[in-house]
Design a binder for this molecule. Sequence first.
Ligand code: NDP
Length: 446
Amino acid sequence: MKSYKNVDELIGMVSERDPDEKEFRQAVHEVMQHVIPFVNENEEYQVSGLIERMVEPERAVMFRVPWEDDEGIYHVNRGYRVQFNSALGPYKGGLRFHPSVNLSIVKFLAFEQTFKNSLTGLPLGGGKGGSDFNPRGRSDSEIMRFCQSFVNELYRYVSSDTDVPAGDIGVGEREVGYMFGQYKRLTAEFTGVLTGKGLAYGGSKVRLQATGFGLLYFVREMMKNAEESVEGKKVVISGSGNVAQYACQKAIDLGATVISMSDSDGYIVDEEGIDQEKLDFIKNLKNNKGGRIKEYKDEYDVEFHEGSPWGLKCDVALPCATQNEIDKNDAEKLIENGVICVAEGANMPCTEDAMKAFHDSEVLYAPGKATNAGGVAVSGLEMTQNAKRLSWSFEDVDEKLVEIMQTIHSKCTEHGDENGKVNYLKGANIAGFIKVADAMIAQGHV
Ligand code: NDP
C-alpha cells in the first residue's frame, strides 16, 4: 500500500489533482494532519487506497440553474451537489446559496460533513451542495422561482434513501419549503427528502434551534471539563443568521452575556448584553426580511463598527458566520484580550494559523465538525421521525440533542488527550475517521 510519511505528502497529491481548490485542500489538511500519524501507528488502518478514497468524492454534479427575475430578465446560476462518502448512510448535508459558492467550497463542506456526521453516531453519509445564487435583495417570488429551478435538476440525484439535503447559509425553512414543494410535484411522492422542513409538513421540533443550541451544549461540556462555567461569561458571536441567533439564545439561557453579533457589513457592541427582547428584534430584522445588523444600533443606541468583532474583549468567542473569518491576527487579538474558549458554530471559520495560535496558548478550542454537529444530528432525528411517520415533542428532541453533544464531547476527550489536556481538533478528527474507515474497510474497495 501507499503510505504517507506525513500530511504534506498527501496534500501534494491533492494539490496536483485540483490545484485551484484551496478551501478543499485546507479541509483535507485540517483532518489528515491527525489521521496520517494515527494510521501510521495502527496497522489495521493501513489499507491500500483507503486514504485516497477518503479524499475523493464518490460523485459530484454541477448543473445550470436558469431563473427569471421580477423584471422578466433571465439569469443563469451554477448548482452543485457533492456526494462525498456514503460509507455510514445516505449522503446528508446542507445546501448553501451564496455568491462565493464554488466546487472547492462545496467539496470542503462535504468532506468535513463526512466526519461530522460520523461523530453524531447516526447512520449518515456526507454530502453538501448549493449555488452561487445571491439571495440578498431578491423578492419572495424570485427566491421561489430560483428554488424550483434548482430542484428541477437536483431531484434526479436525491431521495429520502440516497441523499437528503438541508439548509445552510442562505437556505432556511422558507427555501427548504419551496424545494420540498417542487420535489413533491416532480416525483408525486411525499417523503423526507429534505430536512429543516416546516413543522406543518414533517419538520422536526428543535431543528431550527439545533445548531446554535448544540454549540452551547458542547461549550458547556468544554467549560465543565476545564472546571469553568458558561454562567457569567462575556460572549462574542459573529453572524446573525440561524446558527448565531440560537447560539445567542442558549448563551442567554445559560447565564452568559452576549455583547456582539454581526453580519457582512459589521458588528454591534452592546456591553449591557443582548437580552431575549433584543434578540427577538434581530430575528425579526433578519429572517427573510433582508434587514441589516446596523439597524440594531439605531434601536438600542449602541456602537456599530465595520469589520469583524474579534478585537473585542471577551471570555468566549463563537464564530457563527462563514469559513476563514478568524485569521492569525484575529486569534492573537482574542488571546491578548484573555479569551478562554473558542468554539466554531460555522464550518472552518478559523484558519489553520489561527487554530495553531489557540493551541499554542492553551485556549480551549473546538472545531465545527464537533461543535456544530447538533444541526445535522437533529436532521438525522427528523429523518427517523419521517420514516416512522411520527413527531416527537420539543423536550424529547432537545434531550436527545444534549445527549448527542455530550457523546461527541466524550469522543473528543477520548481521542484528543495531549499531556492531560484535550486537543479537541485531534480528538474529533480521529474519532470521526475511525467509524468511517471501519465501514469503508468492511465494505471493500468501492
Ligand atoms: P445564515 O444564512 O442563516 O446566516 C449567515 C450569517 O453569516 C449572516 O449573518 C451573514 O451575514 C453572515 N455571513 C455569511 N457570509 C459572510 C461573509 N463572507 N462574511 C461575513 N459574514 C458572513 O447561515 P447559517 O447561520 O445557517 O450558517 C452559518 C454557518 O454555520 C455556516 O458556516 C454554515 O455552514 C454553518 N452551519 C450551519 C448549520 C445550520 O444548521 N444552519 C449547521 C452546521 C453548520 P450577511 O447577511 O451579511 O450575509
